[in-house]
Design a protein around this ligand. Structure first.
Ligand code: NAG
Ligand code: NAG
Length: 213
């Protein structure tokens, strides 16, 4: 009981809080405001950093222009005739499926393209690819028929030995020009090269080891 009497009584002087208390309260309020401001700046800074992060991620994913891939997906022979090693030549027809793989977040419009087929650098056939488009993040596939022909190859001792061995190497090459359209507004010219290799096995008339770079 006696302890209670020694406790200071609030508002005992009749003027409410003392001047010292009022000063302390004002100081507290200032401190509070300062804290609030600091917090606000921290939030703004964090928001700006977050936005920069979003933009950075956006620019390396969605806005990044990737080179489309123009390839031969599959190929098989429908006809093939090989000359003799004494009179080396060959002719045949290839049924192939081409693809244009577009990994961009926007369609790829490509222009008319000619794909050349070669035997050790000698042109042996070509096929025309009509201009078209590959949708965003999709692969456009289409079938083509290519006639291969290498006649009068007497001056090509390599062919005689390849026909002897029964394996003829064919390469296909093309440069496809086109344009990537990101989010319909950002447009950028982008070319892609086809560079494929395959082997014709003369005995079975099959194509094996089709590899595109
Ligand atoms: C692409 O080829 C087609 C068919 O040969 C032709 O009609 C068209 O004009 C060509 N486009 C361009 C841009 O050359
Ligand atoms: C893109 O290619 C087209 C057709 O060749 C050309 O007219 C245009 O100027 C090129 N744009 C750029 C930015 O290189």
């Amino acid at each position: 009981m006696a302890e209670k009497e020694h406790q200071p009584l609030p508002y005992a002087n009749g003027h409410g809080r003392s001047d010292a208390e009022a000063g302390a309260a004002a100081h507290d309020a200032r401190e509070q405001r300062k804290k609030k401001r600091t917090k606000c700046f921290i939030y703004i800074a964090l928001f700006v950093i977050f936005q920069l992060g979003v933009i950075a991620i956006f620019s390396v994913t969605v806005m990044k222009i990737r080179t489309p891939k123009f390839r031969i997906r599959s190929a098989h022979l429908t006809t093939f005739h090989a000359g003799t090693p004494g009179s080396p030549s060959f002719s045949g027809t290839v049924n192939a499926e081409f693809s244009v793989k577009n990994a961009n977040f926007g369609r790829y419009k490509y222009r008319n393209t000619t794909v050349g087929f070669f035997y050790k650098g000698t042109p042996v056939g070509q096929v025309f690819v009509r201009d078209s488009r590959a949708g965003w993040r999709s692969t456009k596939k289409f079938r083509v028929v290519v006639d291969l022909n290498l006649a009068n190859a007497q001056g090509n001792p390599q062919l005689a030995s390849d026909l002897n061995a029964g394996v003829v190497q064919i390469t296909s090459q093309a440069r496809m020009a086109g344009r990537v359209e990101l989010i319909f507004v950002m447009k950028k010219n982008k070319s892609t090269d086809m560079n494929c290799n395959m082997e014709i096995v003369t005995a079975t008339q099959q194509i094996r080891n089709l590899v595109c770079k």
